[in-house]
Design a protein around this ligand. Structure first.
Ligand code: BGC
Length: 534
């Protein structure tokens, strides 16, 4: 690196630890992550409790309110089957996935910090609309604004974190984000439990208290500096270097600085990040990232997270017991995520996913069987006490398995397998796919519950089986592999994926059309490339 220009020094050897202290500024970043994750989790957790509150239903969904309180008229399973009600939950995710594409642009063009600030402002606006809602339109507009917040925050916060974290705590910090998602969900469940006793405006408090994490995120984004990577990417080299010194707490940052400059130079060569992502050599990571998101949602977790109170109510629990049970599952979710922080780098990703597969499959089968036998026909009195306790217990067994596997790993694995040049586009695709399938579950679950009844749990258990087989054959272990060595040590060695990466050089941008065609046909592309390479 010379005189502040963009000449590129050789990057440090792959896997090198750069000198770094855990400085106050890194601690502040953790708090940032906490608020971004809290906000996402709060939005996930709050809607189920609110939609089971009578005051809320009477005001916005009088039809559902009447159906719910008219016993014996309809099957238990169909009490909440209402598209509008599902839209209240799902609109957030639809808005979020749309916002991701804008967020991808703003993270690159204006930086991570500004993108988090935009997220915070969307959150505050959404909370105001929701807390003050007079009609369904205001409610939905509020949810859409919150969704935009989620789209921007989930794109920027994980990137911000992984760029600001010293290498040795990067994995832990990543799961910390998920831990805060689960804390946000639990916090929402607890608040719902309290506010359900405040009539007739308790629900306003539930929706309005999301203002706390929203405000914290906004305030935090105003306080912190942008990441050195983002500053350097946008040509602010000296500032980037100064920030790097500050966050690492040392003047010895030259080699890390050179590596960032090198990486950002390489990233600049990529004119169309999303098109680049579609190239053959990036196929394995793309397929894994997309599959992880689809599978994560098809575990059925959000049927529980969104609709636990509604679900328990469907099983015949009283309102209070439903909200109370949701608090229990929320707490199990938080505690089990801690298990994953501890074990992910010891046992490895595959072991956690495969063990959890068995646990999730069995618990869902038991739930389906109990409901199938005990909650039949149009009876509306629900399960007996003993059976109800068994169902709650099985839901806890299911949630704990999810929380130490697909919950955090669904986010961790895509973030650690993409090479730098596709990492940010890869993150957008990851977030977008996740929110798309979250939307699908949010919009469809209550109708599916009505139509498929207990079979819905058998349906999800089938998916758990499929994803476990996928993990067994197609997901390589990434434990303890330095992030920039994934291609060499993981993908090129995998029995299936190696065929995509071994000829990775073949479609490099600088190949002319003829060579690329030869490469694509497998007719000696590599040899031609060797000849043209310096
Ligand atoms: C998922 C969310 C889910 C949460 C539950 C996250 O990893 O993306 O959809 O609600 O885990 O803890």
């Amino acid at each position: 690196m010379t005189g502040g220009g963009f000449s590129v020094s050789a990057p440090a050897a792959a896997g090198t630890e750069f000198e770094a202290k855990i400085t106050p500024i890194v601690i502040i970043s953790c708090i940032m992550a906490a608020t971004g994750g809290l906000m996402f989790g709060y939005d996930v957790g709050v809607s189920g409790g609110v939609t089971s509150m009578n005051d809320f239903l009477e005001k916005f969904f009088p039809k559902v309110y009447r159906k719910k309180n008219q016993s014996g008229v309809e099957s238990n399973y169909c009490k909440y089957d209402n598209q509008g009600l599902q839209l209240f939950t799902s609109s957030l995710y639809l808005a979020g996935l749309t916002a991701t594409f804008f967020a991808s642009y703003t993270t690159r063009r204006f930086g991570r910090r500004i993108t988090m600030l935009i997220a915070g402002i969307f959150f505050i606006a959404g909370v105001i609309f929701n807390g003050a809602a007079q009609n369904l339109d205001m409610l939905i507009v509020g949810r859409i604004l919150l969704g935009c917040g989620v789209g921007f925050a989930n794109q920027a916060v994980p990137l911000f974190l992984s760029e600001i974290a010293p290498t040795r705590i990067r994995g832990g910090l990543n799961i910390l984000f998920q831990l805060n998602v689960t804390i946000g969900i639990l916090f929402a469940n607890l608040i719902n439990y309290g506010t359900s006793k405040i009539h007739p405006w308790g629900w306003r408090l539930s929706l309005g208290l999301a203002g706390i994490p929203a405000f914290l995120l906004t305030f935090g984004a105003l306080l912190v500096v942008d990441t050195p990577n983002s500053l350097i990417e946008r040509g602010r080299l000296d500032e980037g270097k100064a920030v790097l010194r500050r966050i690492r707490g040392t003047d010895n940052v030259q080699s890390e600085y050179d590596e960032i400059v090198g990486a950002s130079e390489a990233a600049r060569q990529v004119k169309h990040p999303f098109r680049n992502l579609l190239k053959r050599r990036n196929r394995p990571q793309l397929v894994i990232a997309v599959a992880m998101q689809i599978f994560q949602q098809f575990t059925g977790i959000n049927a529980i997270m969104f609709y636990a109170p509604v679900l328990f109510n469907t099983l015949g629990f009283k309102s209070d017991a439903s909200l109370y049970s949701a608090v229990i599952t929320g707490a199990v979710n938080v505690l089990s995520t801690v298990v994953s922080i501890y074990s992910v780098d010891r046992l490895g990703r595959r072991a956690l996913l495969l063990e959890a597969g068995v646990q999730m499959f069995l618990s869902q089968v038991v739930i389906a069987a109990v409901l199938g036998v005990k909650l039949t026909g149009d009876q509306s009195e629900g399960l007996g006490k003993g059976w109800a306790v068994l169902v709650v217990l099985m839901v806890c067994v299911f949630v704990s398995a999810f929380a130490w596997s697909w919950g955090p790993l669904g986010w961790l694995i895509p973030s650690e397998t993409f090479p730098l040049e596709t990492r940010s586009a890869g993150q957008s695709v990851t977030v977008c796919t996740n929110l798309l399938f979250t939307f699908v579950i949010a919009q469809a679950f209550l109708s599916m519950l009505c139509k498929m009844k207990y079979g819905i749990f058998a349906f999800f258990s089938g998916w758990v089986l499929i994803m476990s087989v996928f993990v067994f054959f197609f997901l390589p272990e990434t434990k303890n592999v330095p992030i920039e060595e994934m291609t060499e040590r993981v993908w090129k060695k995998h029995w299936f994926w190696k065929r995509y990466v071994l000829d990775e050089q073949d479609d490099h941008d600088f190949l002319d059309g003829k060579t690329a065609a030869a490469a694509a046909n497998g007719s000696g592309g590599r040899k031609v490339l060797a000849a043209v390479e310096p």
